[in-house]
Design a protein around this ligand. Structure first.
Ligand code: ATP
Length: 330
């Protein structure tokens, strides 16, 4: 059983006193070796939470415990931040005229040169940037710079890596590779990672646990599969899976038996098949997604979306039989 490394307790930080602008009473624990993804819409407080955990912001209330010891705020020490944690921000903080190797090695002392070399080479191999060793940062692509920034953060035996929008600079192919590499790194080395992303698929793909933030408050937390399949709000469902949200009245127009005010389901829960319970819908539009289509369907003026795995099977203005196999009520 892994041990707890961080405990975030009742953390509150408002940037402006007169309006909600930060985080409010956020509490959760992080186990050593876990990957935690903080997910939320723009302005929900993700960066504020990450910076508060690292000790970059003076919080109003609550505290962060690292192995049971309180993380100090920026007003309590000369260099803000925690010695066992490292944060990689979107600007990377690299010396752009220095070589990749030197950028990384600069984090280690010269007291043991052989160790410094070995450690730098080791971390470069982990991040697959050995071939870039003698290149200057200015000669690298955004994705390569991102890897160097992570290598630099990890070389000095970091226990917790904090990543703020780690994939903002990379294309889809590189993003998949980098996500897999970071996940592998955490599993191989026991590194704890807390990442912030506006793209929920990053969290679903990589994280052991998701923390969903809404307007500065913790909305839901749990394992990705659990949170995805059992969202406790329409906000979480929309953040994670492009969910369809209907009012009670709209749901009743589709002859769904509902009792609560809102109904929510993912497009993949909608079955396109004729059965005794299926209803006829019109295909109003088709969005081509590569190996599948997303259909915009309409019945009695209510629109829903469904997936068509057999791309091209139904066309615009076709009529299809639809069974909403599963839906949640809020
Ligand atoms: N230094 C600051 N001074 C005043 N308000 C701030 C400051 N930093 C953040 N805020 C406000 O606090 C709220 C949360 O900001 P934060 O950057 O934590 O959100 P976020 O979820 O990371 O957003 P994004 O995804 O857009 O980066 C926002 O309304 C933002 O405008």
């Amino acid at each position: 059983m892994s041990e707890q490394i961080l405990s975030i307790q009742n953390l509150t930080k408002q940037h402006q006193a007169d309006q909600l602008s930060g985080i409010s009473e956020v509490s959760f624990d992080i186990q050593a070796g876990e990957i935690v993804a903080i997910i939320g819409e723009s302005g929900s407080g993700k960066s504020t939470l990450l910076k508060s955990i690292y000790g970059l912001l003076k919080v109003d209330e609550g505290e962060v415990l690292f192995n049971g010891k309180r993380v100090k705020g920026p007003d309590e020490q000369l260099i803000p931040g925690h010695v066992d944690m490292k944060m990689v921000t979107q600007d990377f903080s690299l010396n752009i005229y220095a070589k990749v190797y030197d950028n990384i090695a600069s984090m280690l002392s010269n007291t043991n040169v052989a160790f410094k070399q070995q450690k730098t080479m080791e971390v470069m191999e982990h991040l697959r940037i050995t071939a870039l060793k003698n290149k200057k940062i200015i000669e690298l692509s955004g994705g390569e710079q991102q890897r160097v920034a992570i290598a630099k953060a990890l070389v000095s035996d970091t226990k917790v890596l904090l990543l703020d929008e780690p994939f903002s600079q990379v294309d889809a192919i590189l993003k998949n590779q980098l996500r897999a590499d970071i996940k592998r790194l955490s599993k191989e080395t026991g590194l704890t990672i807390i990442m912030v992303s506006h793209d929920a698929t990053d969290g679903l793909f990589m994280a052991d646990r998701l923390v969903i933030l809404k307007e500065g408050k913790l909305q839901q937390e749990g394992r990705p599969r659990e949170v995805y399949n059992h969202p406790t709000s329409t906000y979480t469902a929309k953040m994670l899976g492009n969910a369809v949200v209907l009012s009670k009245q709209q749901a009743q127009q589709l002859e769904l038996k509902v009792t609560k005010e809102q109904v929510c389901f993912y497009p993949e829960w909608v079955e396109l098949k004729a059965s005794w319970s299926a209803k006829k819908f019109n295909v109003r539009d088709i969005y081509y997604k590569g190996f599948y289509d997303e259909l915009l369907l309409e019945r009695n003026g209510v629109h829903i979306r469904a997936l068509q795995l057999n791309s091209g099977e139904h066309k615009k203005n076709d009529q299809v039989y639809v069974h909403i196999g599963r839906f949640l009520e809020f």
